[in-house]
Design a protein around this ligand. Structure first.
Ligand SMILES: Nc1nc2c(ncn2[C@@H]2O[C@H](COP(=O)(O)OP(=O)(O)OP(=O)(O)O)[C@@H](O)[C@H]2O)c(=O)[nH]1
Ligand SMILES: [Mg+2]
Length: 409
């Protein structure tokens, strides 16, 4: 399935396109395009020139305006030494927009959603994750079947095993194939989800803690540190797709810790839904550890995205610990002492940041470096207290087993 979205050919050259709108300032768009470029690199695509246009809202026919589309067309035509293979748009395009742009530019196009889906497909390892991603891809594909996507049967029919029905057009055949796949995958996932929920029930009454957060913030690194396990962590987006659950003990207090898929701005809704059992891990957790990459310039917006996604998944409030990670990589731009304008976010030192809204989080937040193992003991002691509160209500008779952490030392 992955080659439907992303070509097998490596090192495709891409141009990126984004819009400045009343909701998206120029600064934001540049940040979003940085993220889009990072997504592209994760998928093995080489991001190149960026085209940005200021519009009140996306053009319903071609996303960007006519003039901008012409500019992109000329750029592609005159750029022979570095051939452009693909255009990536930062927002989800409607099927109609895809068709029109394709017709005009005669080049492969991809939107943010398609790119994320492609990365998920490359990263899925277990049968479960693969089925979830495949379902999301087919659901995304269905309304977008165009000439770009036709001849599906060549890929799936194993040499023409799926025949075009009598009187059916190519597109109709493709639609039928996709609909069949969707219903088959849904059935398959229903079975897996049932097994998974039985597995979760069998885990008993142990307190469950889930690591959540934006992608690439260090969830798996922290998981490895706390559980001394070896979960795949790397500097790419969506390194983790399958939930890992480990039994961890702090002092002598046992609990279950799970590492989950990272969130991102504009995470396709299909994908959220098809990752149901992964997200059940979050839904059924007793405590959340929300990890934030404080060295990222947009970390506050990332927090909002994560909180909103969490709210979409589960409306109940859970005890949450906010962990500001990567303090070793935190940098700030010192403000010129003669500059009397109010300080901007980037001028704050870490200590000054701690005095802002973060200071109000008190006991529920901690600043660490998972990589340099800084302040891990503090995190453990906060976690210990929170887990103990719940654990002792479930196992009231062995309360005495869990003294304050300091007494354990
Ligand atoms: N400088 C610094 N880098 C860190 C720290 N913690 C993690 N990283 C790096 O950040 C990158 C992402 O770490 P992961 O643990 O894979 O992040 P994740 O949140 O699990 O990411 P996904 O599974 O992709 O959502 C890796 O290159 C880590 O080495 C830290 O405290 N400081
Ligand atoms: Mg991870």
């Amino acid at each position: 399935m992955k080659d439907l979205i992303l070509n097998e050919k490596k090192n495709l050259n891409a141009v990126l396109v984004g819009l400045i709108t009343p909701d998206q300032s120029e600064e934001k768009v540049n940040e979003y395009l940085d993220e889009l470029a990072f997504l592209a690199e994760t998928a093995g695509i080489v991001p190149g020139k960026r085209f940005i246009q200021r519009l009140d809202m996306p053009n319903s026919v071609t996303f960007v305006g006519k003039g901008k589309l012409q500019e992109i067309k000329e750029y592609i035509a005159n750029n022979e030494e570095k051939k452009v293979d693909i255009i990536i748009f930062d927002d989800e395009l409607s099927p109609r927009q895809i068709r029109n742009i394709e017709k005009e530019l005669n080049i492969r196009i991809l939107d943010r959603t398609g790119l994320i889906l492609g990365i998920f497909a490359m990263r899925a390892k277990t049968a479960h994750a693969k089925a979830q991603v495949e379902l999301a891809q087919y659901q995304y594909l269905l309304p977008r079947l165009t000439r770009m996507w036709t001849h599906l049967e060549r890929q799936y029919g194993g040499g023409g095993a799926i025949m075009r029905g009598p009187g059916e057009t190519q597109l109709e055949t493709d639609k039928r194939i996709v609909l069949d796949k969707i219903s088959r995958l849904k059935k398959e996932l229903k079975n897996i989800d049932m097994q998974k929920s039985v597995q979760r029930k069998n885990r008993g009454k142990l307190v469950r803690v889930a690591l959540v957060g934006y992608t690439n913030v260090g969830k798996s690194t922290l998981m490895n540190l706390l559980s001394k396990s070896d979960v795949f962590a790397e500097n790419k987006l969506f390194a983790t797709l399958d939930t890992t659950v480990r039994k961890v003990t702090i002092g002598n207090l046992p609990f279950l810790l799970s590492d989950t898929v990272g969130f991102i701005r504009k995470l396709p809704t299909h994908l959220i839904e098809s990752f149901k059992s992964t997200l059940d891990e979050v839904r059924e957790a007793d405590i959340l550890i929300h990890i934030v990459d404080i060295s990222h310039p947009a970390f506050e917006e990332q927090i909002e995205v994560v909180e909103k996604t969490l709210y979409d998944i589960d409306k109940t409030e859970k005890p949450t610990i906010i962990v500001f990670n990567k303090i070793d990589a935190f940098t700030h731009v010192p403000q010129n002492p003669y500059d009397l304008t109010p300080k901007k976010r980037e001028n704050y030192t870490l200590d000054e940041l701690k005095q802002t809204w973060m200071g109000k989080l008190n006991e529920n937040c901690v600043f660490i470096s998972a990589k340099e193992k800084e302040n891990i003991e503090e995190l453990k002691s906060i976690l210990y207290k929170k887990v103990r509160e719940i654990h002792t209500t479930r196992f009231p008779y062995n309360d005495f087993l869990y003294p304050d952490l300091e007494e354990l030392k």
